[in-house]
Design a protein around this ligand. Sequence first.
Ligand code: PLP
Length: 466
Amino acid sequence: MKTKNEELLNRTVELALESLERLPERPVAHSVKFAELLEQMGGELPAEGEDALQVIEHLVKNAERGLVATPGPRYFGFVIGGVLPASLAADWLTSAWDQNAGAFVLSPAASALEEIIRQWVISLLGLSPDLSMGIVTGGTMANFTGLAAGRHALLKRAGWDVESDGLFGAPSLPVVTSDESHITVFASLQMLGLGRERVVRVATDEQGRMRPDALREVLDRINSPALVCAQAGNVNTGSFDPLQEIIPLVRQNGGWLHVDGAFGGWAAASTPHRYLLAAVEQADSFTVDCHKWLNVPYDAGLVFVRDRAAHYTAMTLSAAYYIAGPDDVRENHNWSPEASRRARCFSIYAALRALGRNGIDEIVAHCCRLARRLAEALAQDPQVQILNEVVINQVMVRFVPRDGADADAFTAAVMQRVQEEGTCWAGGTTWQGKHAMRVSVSNWSTTESDIDRSVTAILDCLHAMS
Ligand SMILES: *Cc1c(COP(=O)(O)O)cnc(C)c1O
């Protein structure tokens, strides 16, 4: 006799598998109204509880229309990634095991796996072996944590203990970003009391890369140690700030270099792309998102910091000074903003192990090849312009009307048609004043045939409009 629990979980596996089976061929997005979903799934909270199996059946039946096929092979919006089977399986176990990954005493396995992930990703990306690492929810909190460590280190050098005394009365801390820094860098600065508007922005080149000559001018003018935010992987062009030129400038300034590598950071794992991140091992803090190009389910990101003590002091709950003993176990909560948290390490570990060094290199190289394939195929059409150098996996596409009408409006209209048609999905962006459709190829399961089908669908939409 099966227990009720077994029946529930087996049925759930069946439903999950059905959903995964439908994923590659279902329309990428459903058009659905928010109010409809509220009506179907909401109403009064029932006074009496319902049978668990019934709850799950109801959830699957009603939520389905509000699910987007973001883990599917032809979802090219934002930078989304997908889900590797091993990582999904480990994620199921994460909930079944229900470990609190915050402390060794609560989950020795989670402490050990976080340490193993630290070592493996450092080796994979060619970072410096003694970096500290925190596992966080994603790129935003990775930026937050890296910048918090930088805030600590620079203010400590200026004789100020920001964790104890806060920012009121603190010495000024100059912050430098590029014109193209990701919005979550500004969100992090806003949460850290450093202000999103008081930053000095450095001009970028035509691919969105920070210009070293402009940075030099800014740092000369500031003339005191600054928190400098660079990036490896621009969300629009995929371009990389020239770290090799930026690092000596920040060193000379005595500042802290934070590098946001949310998706582009993984390019360091790929032999043909590694040059794009030359010198990244010298950054003071560095981030990568696991739920993007590593294809781990949401949510998981990593932050690495050179100055372990700064990282520890900025994050620890204990307010005790950092002294590492040789026999110390890893206390995960010392390296990220949360105390209790989900054991994200299981699915990250499973992804790393299932892919291996070569598999990760290949995911990156594969996605880059597919992005180039798409760009080259679309560019054959005289009404298509590719706005960026396709250095990695990001492509910006602009559509030009035959009659000389407004290309911004035309691009938006073609894109909307592509989205409604449902073969693939890509979102819009504005690049240097021009409207464009942005394609990001970051899913392990996307094939050449997915790219070719998407190109055909996009060109059909274009031709139907012109
Ligand atoms: C996605 C992204 C982020 C934010 O990451 P989340 O995981 O969404 O919090 C930050 N920087 C860059 C460059 C990104 O692409």
